[in-house]
Ligand binder design. Structure first.
Ligand code: 5RP
Length: 229
């Protein structure tokens, strides 16, 4: 097992009978889906799932899991997903796959949000390796970009893979990929992004994760929040 599979295997042990379990998106989340499905078939675990993306729903159904519509649910028991960056205080950067709206909805709706990743995802500060993806109402992208520029942010609207049009997220938003000055900490950045009109959702997951499982060459470290959730 590689490190991503190892943490996913560990997280799948948290599933209990009767749980509604949110499925993340990405390669680590895919391993979680496989190991959850294996527990269902090996142990007769009675669970249902809700997916953060179409691709994860397809994967889950092909593995034999029951996938429910988010529209039927008010909350979920457990959400397991990967991340692109993770800081010591458990702030996360997510959204590489353009599914961050649903990912954050499920993460917030979960009693437990467990993040699974290998050591390469650990950073000192959010934005160290990647730009912050910010989903915006299509008509508002220029205004939002201008507003964020006032805080010293730099970046632009994301283009599609062939670079001949703008990219559209799974939610139908445009995406701004922005870099912010280091002087703006996670808490302040979260407040700025949450209060800027036209922003649908953003890839900074601040104070949402319950636990982070990090695999490093075959061993797992559990990172917990310092403050009560
Ligand atoms: C998608 C995500 C993924 O969880 C993140 O990109 C990590 O992916 P991987 O497990 O493939 O490294 O946030 O929006």
């Amino acid at each position: 097992m590689n490190d991503k599979e190892l943490v996913a295997f560990e997280a799948a042990k948290l599933a209990l009978n009767g749980m509604v379990i949110g499925l993340g998106t990405g390669s680590t989340a895919n391993y979680f889906i496989e190991h959850l499905a294996k527990r269902q078939s090996d142990e007769g675990l009675t669970i249902s799932t809700v997916a953060s993306s179409t691709i994860s729903a397809i994967k889950a159904e092909s593995c034999g899991l029951t996938v429910r519509s988010i529209a039927q649910l008010t909350h979920i028991d457990l959400y397991v997903d990967g991340a692109d960056e993770i800081t010591p205080n458990l702030s996360l950067l997510k959204g590489r796959g353009q599914d961050l709206v649903m990912e954050k909805l499920l993460a917030k709706a979960a009693d437990q949000f467990i993040v699974v990743a290998d050591k390469s995802k650990l950073v000192g500060r959010i934005g160290e390796k990647f730009m912050i993806p910010i989903e915006v109402i299509p008509n508002a992208w220029q205004m939002v970009k201008h507003q964020l520029n006032q805080y010293g942010a730099e970046g632009d609207v994301r283009l599609n893979a062939s670079k001949d049009n703008v990219a559209i997220s799974a939610h139908g938003s445009y995406i701004l990929d922005m870099h912010f000055p280091e002087s703006i900490n996670d808490e302040a950045l979260n407040a700025i992004l949450n209060s800027t009109p036209g922003i649908v959702e953003h890839g900074l997951f601040y104070s949402i994760a319950s636990q982070v499982l990090i695999a490093d060459n075959g061993t797992i470290e559990v990172m917990r929040t310092q403050k009560p959730l």
